[in-house]
Design a protein around this ligand. Sequence first.
Ligand SMILES: *Cc1c(COP(=O)(O)O)cnc(C)c1O
Length: 373
Amino acid sequence: MPALDATLQQKIARLEAEQRLRRLHETAVEEGAWVMRGGRRLLNFSSNDYLGISQHPQVKAAAQGAVGRYGAGAGASRLVTGNHPLYAELETALARHKSTEAALVFGSGYLANVGAITALMGRSDLILADKLAHACILDGARLSGAKLLRFAHNDAADCARLLAAHRASHGQCLVITETVFSMDGDTAPLADLRTICDQYDAWLMTDDAHGLGQLLPVPVEVQMGTLSKAFGAYGGYVCGSSTLIRYLASSARSFIFTTGLPPATIAAAIAALKVMHNEPERLRIPLQRARQFTDALGLPPAQSQIVPLVIGSEEQALKASQRLEEAGFLVSAIRPPTVPEGTSRLRFSFSSLHEDCDISNLIKVIKNENIGA
Ligand SMILES: *Cc1c(COP(=O)(O)O)cnc(C)c1O
């Protein structure tokens, strides 16, 4: 047998030497924002369940009900027999929620990005993506075979410059950005990007994975999002015109060649959407908490519920994360390749499950320990 393990051992040793070997940590959700990890009870500031919806009684009950009615799995791909009745209900509700004609649910946000981008773009086309765009946007762009260029982060003028230089020599053009950036928490200049796209005959695509379900301020042809974060469930979606959706359902390979999501997952997403509509006050809390945090620490005012505290080196970021853990707070250190070299950071994500005093206690520890100072 060829020595697979021996080769991999070398690669692992290299990762370990670079402090880039990742380990899984068992984490069990308790009540509220509390989790158990390594035998300790910690307050979680690293969850993307920003609205606490994964724990909502109505959402859990909806998932349990769907298991009872339809079983544990979808049994086939959606185009075969896996398209259980809950899908149409969710897609109608999502389209209405986003004020688009139609929606298509994919197996995950990752699969939605890869599937939509590869279905829309090909070898003679041009993709412009924000410098900080998520890995799965880049994977989709690379897999499509289109020419991929990156514009400076949130810099519409740089995007225009690239379009001026490269647009004419390509067929179709797609500009892709995130609405709320996953590791920086800042928001994209969508109005400016819209204007530029119109000027250069380019389509606009947004990734709203870290949005809390708000409407976008401008029309966007391809609105991708996930059901795995603020929705508290799992899955991804694309919202847009009914023509776009009809086309994707016949062309996106990550939609076609995979099994439908379990009924419980879709039922949970439907219930999550209802919670967002019925409890709008819930949607305002994460940003309020984030602002409380940035105000107290003299950081630039939070633009979303995600706040980075850039530390610099990987080692220092890991140390800061460990110190917070010792004080009872779970705040992950984010390191390359997730973020650029030299910008290792603590990423705080605030949720509607956090109490006022949770935030003030966290601030106290950060000040006392001089973290990020
Ligand atoms: C998490 C994330 C995704 C992937 O969504 P999943 O549903 O977790 O696969 C896509 N884009 C961005 C920006 C994300 O943060």
